[in-house]
Design a binder for this molecule. Structure first.
Ligand SMILES: NC(=O)c1ccc[n+]([C@@H]2O[C@H](COP(=O)([O-])OP(=O)(O)OC[C@H]3O[C@@H](n4cnc5c(N)ncnc54)[C@H](OP(=O)(O)O)[C@@H]3O)[C@@H](O)[C@H]2O)c1
Length: 291
């Protein structure tokens, strides 16, 4: 589709980490962007979404909402399943009625993490947490609905401006501590929200539909991500590796969830830049730290 001049609704675009980056990227590409908050449109109330769509007549509906509190989801499964499982196919139904494309985001946490090579779009979800199971439920609902103009993008380990995230938290902690300990036996693909947003536009420009994996290139552990961020920010703090068992959490996370990006590259001809380059942009340019 042509982004320039299109009317684009971004649910979660007002306050969400990814949603804000998407709204910015669509804006920069010359779209008439509607970044929506839950006050504009509560996705748990499909009537409110329908009314908004009737009034504003967008050419594309993007769902960047979600129940994203991975540990809390273990105690609030009904909330997680409502937002992550039930809502996506309802939104796709509304998009289908208008014959406009629908974009939805899912997660690497749909995988159990027992593989040792990057996960492809052909690998079967088998989540270990309520959050992961609820996100897989949303994907299944969309696939069952079968609306052909649906694009589902699995992303992972998101960081970027606009909302707190793992990197921001680590940099805050590094100001208050001489040493931090961070888990080094979980491996994944960090994703810079503005890069995910830009690369979503590249998929839309190719009229891509179906399931795609998207992240920055490369892989690391939470320790690798934290220690690189602290070094880039020039903080006087050491970051030591510890096993997952040192930080018991309610939700079980996949020990390995690196995403294979080759379908994205085949479709767009592009390779996302390495996570280290994107992290430098976030720490140095967005946060104004370090060099
Ligand atoms: N963060 C990650 O590391 C990560 C990794 C993989 C996949 N993902 C997926 O990427 C997507 C975006 O994640 P994110 O980290 O950007 O999420 P986020 O920062 O937590 O933002 C979620 C957005 O959804 C909005 N929202 C929640 N309930 C709503 C409702 N009932 N009606 C309307 N809006 C509602 C929130 O509004 P309020 O601010 O008002 O709550 C917020 O704007 C999600 O599908 C998530 O599962 C994220």
């Amino acid at each position: 589709m042509r982004i320039e001049g299109s009317r684009i609704a971004v649910l979660g675009g007002r306050t969400g980490l990814l949603g804000q980056a998407l709204a910015c990227a669509f804006d920069n590409a010359g779209a008439l962007t509607f970044p929506l908050s839950r006050q504009d449109c509560d996705v748990l109330d499909p009537m409110s979404v329908e009314q908004w769509l009737d009034k504003n007549d967008p050419d594309l509906l993007v769902n960047a909402t979600g129940y994203t509190q991975v540990d809390l989801a273990e105690d609030e499964p009904e909330k997680a399943f409502a937002l992550n499982g039930t809502v996506p196919p309802l939104l796709a139904t509304l998009a289908a009625r208008r014959a406009i494309p629908f974009v939805h985001y899912s997660t690497d946490f749909v995988f159990n993490g027992r593989k040792r090579t990057p996960y492809t779009e052909y690998d079967e979800p088998d989540a270990s947490s309520v959050y992961g199971i609820s996100k897989a439920d949303g994907e299944r609902g969309l696939l069952k609905l079968g609306y052909k103009r649906t694009l589902i993008i699995r992303i992972s380990w998101l960081f970027g401006p606009g909302r707190t995230n793992f990197v921001k938290k680590i940099l805050g902690l590094a100001d208050a501590h001489e040493n931090l300990t961070v888990v080094d036996d979980q491996t994944g693909s960090p994703s810079y929200a503005p890069d995910i947003a830009e690369n979503t536009l590249r998929l839309l420009e190719k009229d891509a539909t179906g399931l795609f994996h998207l992240a920055n290139s490369g892989a690391t552990s939470w320790h690798g991500l934290a220690s690189t961020a602290v070094a880039l920010a020039d903080k006087a703090c050491t970051v030591s590796p510890v096993p997952t068992t040192a930080y018991p959490t309610k939700a079980t996370r996949p020990p390995y969830s690196v995403l294979d990006l080759s379908k994205f590259t085949r479709t767009t001809g592009l390779t996302p830049r390495p996570w280290e380059d994107a992290l430098r942009q976030y720490v140095v340019d967005d946060l104004g730290l370090g060099a």
